[in-house]
Write a protein that binds this ligand. Structure first.
Ligand code: PGA
Length: 234
């Protein structure tokens, strides 16, 4: 964690998981979690109106590039705002790969969110092929270049190597520090999260990096006992 930052920002990405009843039971169990860290919960958008936890911020997993109007199936930033959403994940690798989302779409989403006062959490990260070819820094710089026209202190950046998401693999602290230092150098005002198989088993190792301001958690966000251990350790 960087100097001057008191609490970690922990973002929980539920992805497309949990039935309605499972979400309600999850929330009930979550109320017993104890932590001083800042938690942002990003459930399925269907459950945003069911969210009722105190001292936890609500986030969404995506937003439309469009404003309200004739855009079937979309959810606009102003609609999210009305549901008390304070943060929105954009550019997650699953959206880039499964929905062919491009940097320009992501830039548009960030503009729409900022106009509503919602904090974008921009995910960036290299694939295993790009890593093998030594293109890591170049790829991340390209993905971040869409930020040039925005006030970056209002944007959170999440470094999520694609090859680490859901695989149990994490970068070495040397690899992490190389990437994170270069992001901090260009965007010193943005909070910087790490995401990709972060867990109660590797947090002691990950936290030896001095550059991480928080974590974006996928799988672990659904396992509350392990999440509590993680929060106690980080
Ligand atoms: P994971 O997912 O923690 O399950 O690797 C992280 C993410 O996709 O944001």
């Amino acid at each position: 964690m960087r100097k001057g930052i008191e609490n970690m920002k922990i973002v929980l990405n539920h992805k497309c998981n949990l039935t309605k009843n499972e979400f309600l039971a999850y929330q009930q169990a979550f109320a017993k979690i104890k932590t001083a860290h800042d938690i942002v919960m990003c459930p399925s958008s269907l459950y945003l109106p069911l969210f009722h936890l105190e001292n936890i911020s609500l986030g969404s997993q995506d937003v439309s590039t469009y404003e309200m109007g004739a855009h079937t199936g979309e959810i606009s930033a102003s609609q999210l705002k009305e549901m008390n959403v304070e943060y929105t994940i954009v550019g997650h690798s699953e959206r880039r790969s499964d929905f062919d989302e491009k940097d320009n779409d992501i830039k548009e989403k960030i503009a729409k969110l900022l106009a509503q006062g919602i904090t974008p959490i921009l995910c960036v990260g290299e694939t295993s092929k790009e890593r093998e070819k030594g293109e890591r820094i170049e790829v991340i710089k390209r993905q971040l270049s869409i930020l040039s026209s925005f006030d970056t202190k209002k944007i959170i950046i999440a470094y999520e190597p694609v090859w680490a998401i859901g695989t149990g693999l994490v970068p070495t602290v040397e690899e992490l520090d190389e990437v994170l230092t270069s992001i901090h150098f260009s965007y010193p005002e943005s909070l910087l999260l790490y995401g990709g198989s972060a867990s109660d088993e590797n947090i002691e190792y990950l936290k030896t990096s001095q550059e991480i301001d928080g974590y974006l958690l996928g799988g672990l966000s659904l396992k509350l006992e392990k999440l509590q251990v993680f929060l106690d350790l980080c």
